[in-house]
Design a protein around this ligand. Structure first.
Ligand SMILES: [Zn+2]
Length: 239
């Protein structure tokens, strides 16, 4: 089977954690690049002979493998219809080893009203001065749309798909997961702040410093571990 046991289990675990946090349901996708082959490991369109899937019970064997053009290489299930997100972004971003596509409930709202997501606190600093938006508001099902998402993303950590969701990249599954949590968390805080006043974004100088403080492997590992333990405490993962 392509993709090490460790990578497969980690990606399936990320799906369970994203479900636990309300960031993945019947929609939402997670993908990782397989270092040995360059192929992509994706969560499937449907699982276990059903017409759908559930991220809370995603397992290593449910995942599918596609080649860099999105053709299925391996797996019981079919690749997701929005596979072009992964082929487009992984091709454009050699640094990305994991790409998630999530219908983030609050982060997506900002694109609906044409307001930018701003780094309003230290944990939002990894996203820079604002999060780019991809104007294509439809499902990303054709290769040229995937390339459009990659263009809108540029070198950023995340891009919002207009009224639809977000695409988040990471140098590892853990990084993509932590960035996903932080993006939605920043959006929730910005939304709440807007209820009581005008949210203030961090200034450029402090933004750089804060980013160095929180966007590093130590902090990523700490946050990933917290959610792993939280899932174990809630019985969503075996301890
Ligand atoms: Zn979608």
């Amino acid at each position: 089977m392509q993709g090490s046991k460790e990578l497969r289990e980690k990606l399936a675990t990320a799906c369970r954690l994203l479900y636990m946090e309300g960031l993945m349901d019947h929609a939402g996708l997670a993908g990782a690049r397989i270092p040995e082959t360059g192929n992509l490991l994706l969560n499937p369109r449907e699982m276990r002979g059903t017409p759908g899937r559930h991220p809370g019970i995603m397992a290593a064997d449910d995942l599918v493998v596609v080649d860099p053009e999105g053709r299925k290489v391996e797996g019981e299930n079919n690749p997701p219809s929005e596979t072009p997100i992964f082929t487009g972004v992984f091709r454009a971003r050699p640094d990305a080893m994991a790409v998630f596509h999530l219908h983030l409930p609050t982060a997506t709202l900002f694109s609906v009203v044409g307001k930018p997501i701003l780094p309003i606190g230290v944990m939002g600093s990894p996203f820079g001065e604002s999060v780019p938006v991809c104007a294509d508001g439809t499902l990303i099902q054709r290769p040229e749309q995937g390339d459009g998402v990659a263009r809108a993303l540029g070198n950023s950590l995340a891009v919002i798909l207009q009224g639809h969701g977000a695409v988040i990249v990471g140098g590892s599954v853990e990084e993509a997961f932590v960035a996903s949590v932080l993006l939605e968390d920043n959006a929730v805080r910005q939304y709440r702040a807007a209820m009581i006043g005008t949210p203030r974004a961090m200034e450029r100088g402090e933004l750089e410093e804060a980013r160095r403080q929180v966007w590093n492997p130590k902090v990523v590992a700490k946050i990933w571990t917290f959610y792993l333990l939280k899932a174990q405490a809630q019985g969503l993962l075996e301890g």
